[in-house]
Write a protein that binds this ligand. Structure first.
Ligand SMILES: [Zn+2]
Length: 229
């Protein structure tokens, strides 16, 4: 009798741990399956905003997190953008990550098809085919993170960005601070004379402004221009 209870209890305890282990394994398996599924599932994420809004910083942050998660990552940028470095994507804050400069969106499809996470910086400078490329990569199960300027210096939608926002699974609009009034900025105001749509520049050439300050600045420029004619 005395011998029975310890045996019975050890049987119960053993059963309890066996169940716990089984339940835990089940939870872990379903979690890792779910997690794996999330990792495998292709998606397009767009990060857009004006200059100095932290787009590239956010892109680098997401790419570095994917790297920490041991996912294969690759960043592409247009050849045109060599402001800080030929081969790195560098944020205004000085953070950087290795990237591959490409001359067209088709190259991203060729070079990035074996990657789990693809980052694309300065997407506004790419050709319109970038939209199909991002869709195709996401359909293949790749997570695509795209960063770009949503508006040009005239306040008009920039290149393929509106279409990229439309096909994206998730859009994050980030904001700089208006240098005139401290409100949220929505556009990059060009402070030098030039009508070229693409003029690579930095703080000497552009300032982030809110809608109100931007309209005011544009009106003042128009008045000055008319006076000079
Ligand atoms: Zn303002």
């Amino acid at each position: 009798m005395f011998m029975f209870f310890p045996c019975f209890y050890s049987f119960l305890i053993g059963k309890y741990y066996f169940c716990r282990v089984n339940i835990n394994q089940e939870i872990m398996t379903s979690f890792s399956d779910k997690n794996g599924e999330m990792m495998r599932r292709g998606r397009v994420e767009v990060i857009c905003g004006s200059m100095f809004s932290g787009k590239t910083e956010e892109l680098i942050r997401r790419m570095k997190r994917a790297k920490f998660a041991r996912q294969s990552v690759e960043i592409f940028k247009p050849c045109i953008d060599t402001r800080y470095s030929d081969e790195d994507v560098v944020s205004h804050e000085g953070n950087s990550i290795h990237s591959t400069p490409v001359d067209s969106s088709a190259s991203i499809l060729l070079l990035g098809s074996d990657t789990e996470v693809i980052g694309i910086d300065e997407a506004q400078f790419f050709d319109d085919n970038i939209v199909n490329v991002c869709n195709e990569l996401a359909n293949r199960g790749i997570r695509v993170i795209v960063a770009g300027l949503d508006l040009d210096f005239k306040g008009e939608p920039f290149g393929p960005m509106p279409a990229l926002c439309a096909i994206a699974d998730e859009v994050s609009k980030v904001h700089a601070i208006c240098v005139k009034c401290g409100a949220l900025a929505y556009v990059s105001h060009r402070t030098v004379e030039s009508d070229k749509r693409v003029l690579l520049g930095e703080k000497m050439e552009y300032e982030p402004l809110c809608r109100e300050c931007y309209n005011k600045a544009r009106n003042e420029e128009d008045i000055l221009r008319q006076k000079n004619i």
